[in-house]
Design a protein around this ligand. Structure first.
Ligand code: FAD
Ligand code: SF4
Ligand code: SF4
Length: 377
């Protein structure tokens, strides 16, 4: 059947994203209508929908993403392809003494800032990602202690934004989101009224983005680990920064098992190889690990709102911040630039990037000069 290129709805998301293997299960299309569902880490379409302009299409981070438009809306400038995006400051940080200890992945900055934001009324609730066994489970929480209970990284893609959709449907707003770069990209598209709806409100009061190089497919990861460890006994999973090249699984009894990253990378879905963002460029604040310091984080402040939250968290003892060593910053920018170049080159080769505004069903749109600069060897 010939595709109706004027329609921007479920059919295009199905054909161009799900059937093309690009979906990374962010959850933006889930629980917004009755038709999309997440089941054990995969996005499924239950029934066909004929709406010609759907929120699934408008929000999906794998189709019709106009980087210039987003960059203008959030930062007032065109997208220039800088490795770490637009930002105000970069520092190292860790949770301060005012925060209760929890099973933080690294320095606990994400949990500390989200906890502080909810406690002090910056946000009315937060969407964070818990786990049941290995399955990441998004939760909308209004009790700050629940944020601490959801600390730690779940390394498979999670339908986190479905919890935003459910919270909005229940009447909640001013939501704080913690998400990976693809989730943050979708969330940034949920923040403006692309479909000109009269009932539109920006649901977010704060977006904290994680760094991400890739995530694993939940089902493949579960079967990989089920053959090697007791999943019910897992306390924490970690991927220490290079040069370690291992995934570590910590058991409840203090035992640690290590698996080579080359085996784990086999479990990464195709969609991640087209992802150009390592540091959640459209967030208020981005957080990642700090090489060589497992008890610390890298903290990027991007917006005035992010700066205000960080400044207040520091002054009230929820966060400790120190300068970023120049060699760490240089390496971070190199890694993020490499990811961008790899993904853009591949997407360009496969005709997935539109620079002219002529192709309605593209993956990314950006300036031709920026694309050429980023993909030149
Ligand atoms: C899939 C994935 C890949 C990552 N890759 C990198 C990387 O390449 N380089 C790097 O520097 N850092 C990476 N990180 C981020 C890093 O693991 C830490 O999350 C980050 O440094 C924050 O540490 P923290 O101690 O402040 O986190 P914590 O205070 O422990 O909080 C972690 C937060 O992450 C949220 N979360 C956990 N899993 C998910 C998920 N799957 N989707 C959405 N939210 C989730 C939780 O809700 C919690 O709020 C990755 C994280 C994930 C989830
Ligand atoms: S990437 Fe996100 S919005 Fe797009 S189809 Fe997958 S789950 Fe839905
Ligand atoms: S690499 Fe990109 S697409 Fe894949 S999980 Fe991370 S942010 Fe999402």
């Amino acid at each position: 059947m010939e595709e109706n290129v004027l329609s921007r709805g479920q059919q295009q998301v199905r054909e161009r994203v799900l059937d093309a293997g690009l979906c990374t299960g962010c959850g933006a299309c889930i629980d917004v209508c009755p038709y999309f569902r997440s089941y054990r880490g995969r996005t499924a379409v239950l029934f066909p929908c004929t709406v010609e302009e759907g929120r699934c299409f408008a929000w999906c981070p794998k189709i019709n993403v106009d980087l210039d438009d987003l960059s203008r809306r959030f930062f007032g400038t065109v997208y220039d392809g800088a490795p770490l995006g637009t930002y105000q400051s970069i520092a190292t940080a860790k949770a301060g003494p005012a925060v209760k200890k929890a099973a933080f992945q690294a320095g606990g900055v994400v949990s500390a800032l989200t906890y502080f934001a909810l406690t002090k009324g910056f946000i009315d609730g937060a969407v964070v990602t818990d786990r049941e066994g290995l399955l990441p489970v998004p939760r909308f929480v209004t009790n700050p202690d629940d944020i601490l209970a959801c600390a730690s990284s779940k390394y498979s893609a999670a339908p986190t934004l479905s919890a935003v959709n459910r919270a909005v449907a229940e009447g909640h707003g001013t939501i704080g989101l913690v998400g990976t770069p693809c989730q943050v990209l979708a969330a940034s598209q949920m923040r403006f009224n692309a479909l000109q709806r009269e009932d539109f409100v920006d649901p977010f009061g704060l977006i904290i983005g994680l760094f991400c190089t890739w995530a694993v497919d939940y089902r493949l990861f579960e079967s990989f680990l089920a053959e090697r460890v007791d999943i019910a006994n897992i306390r924490k999973i970690d991927i220490p920064p290079p040069p370690s090249e291992v995934l570590q699984v910590f058991g409840a009894n203090g035992d640690v098992q290590e698996f080579p990253l080359e085996e784990i990378r086999e479990l990464v879905p195709e969609g991640c190889s087209y992802c150009i963002d390592m540091t959640s460029e459209f967030s208020d604040i981005s957080v990642g690990v700090l090489e060589g310091r497992p008890d610390m984080n890298t903290l990027i402040v991007r917006t005035d709102r992010g700066k205000q939250l960080v400044d207040e968290a520091v002054s009230e003892g929820y966060l400790e911040v120190s300068p970023m060593p120049a060699e760490n910053l240089e390496h971070l920018a190199w890694a993020a630039g490499n990811k961008k170049k790899r993904a853009l080159s591949r997407a360009k080769e496969e005709g997935m990037i539109d620079c002219e505004g002529a192709e309605p069903l593209f993956y990314l749109r950006m300036g031709a000069d920026v694309l050429a600069r980023l993909t030149t060897t």
